[in-house]
Design a protein around this ligand. Structure first.
Ligand code: 5GP
Length: 205
């Protein structure tokens, strides 16, 4: 059989500090074949971050050029910095039948939903605002001012949950990563994704 099923676009999003990164890393360990889109950003690298691995670190001018050339599938300004998803990598992977993971903010996820309504959209939320505050402080990567800004945005951001296909409450990251893996397995078998294969079976191929 020669039919290649198009890859699945998994978009994981949610308020900052909800634990998207941890859950996505656990999923990637369990699904090494999952393509991971490395975002472009204008924010400064944190200690230990590597250009081309964690992000493609860009100047504002370089980022604006990427926008002008339509090189980004989506982009957003998040807490004063630009972040965006390079389009080419995602399109190539999907066309080759490979699944791709985007770990992006809510504004970006809503943009992707417009152009890829067939994607799978997962919203990660913290178990409570108190836990979120503890996590943001514990991470030690942001100033108090940034943390307060992030916390005050979270209540509004939680209002976007209904726009997503699934909501995971991140109490224990390992448990939620397992659920994400189950979601991927089930979504691959959604009837709309199997239509080409069913058609080719019908045609005796
Ligand atoms: P951080 O600076 O902590 O790495 O990321 C800040 C926020 O930007 C996180 O919510 C992260 O998911 C989001 N983000 C990372 N890459 C992208 C991207 O390519 N597009 C959008 N819209 N958001 C992104």
């Amino acid at each position: 059989m020669t039919t290649v099923q198009q890859g699945l676009l998994l978009v994981v999003s949610g308020p900052s500090g909800a634990g998207k990164g941890t859950i996505c890393n656990l999923l990637r360990e369990q699904m090494p074949e999952l393509g991971y889109s490395i975002s472009a950003t204008t924010r400064q690298p944190r200690v230990g971050e590597v250009d081309g691995k964690n992000y493609f670190f860009k100047t504002v001018e370089q980022f604006k050029e990427m926008i002008a050339k339509s090189e980004l599938l989506e982009y957003a300004e998040v807490y004063g910095n630009f972040y965006g998803t390079p389009r080419q990598f995602v399109m190539n992977q999907l066309q080759d039948g490979k699944d791709v993971l985007l770990e992006i903010d809510i504004q970006g996820a809503l943009q992707v939903k417009k152009s890829f309504p067939e994607g799978v959209f997962v919203f990660i939320v913290p178990p409570s605002l108190k836990v979120l505050s503890e996590r943001l402080h514990g991470r030690g990567t942001d100033t108090e001012e940034v943390i307060q800004k992030r916390l005050s945005c979270t209540v509004d951001e939680l209002g976007y949950a209904p726009a997503y296909d699934y909501v995971l409450v991140n109490e224990v990251a390992e448990a939620e990563a397992d659920k994400l893996l189950s979601i991927m397995k089930a979504e691959r078998n959604r009837s709309s994704r199997k239509q080409q294969i069913v058609d080719s079976i019908k045609a005796g191929k």
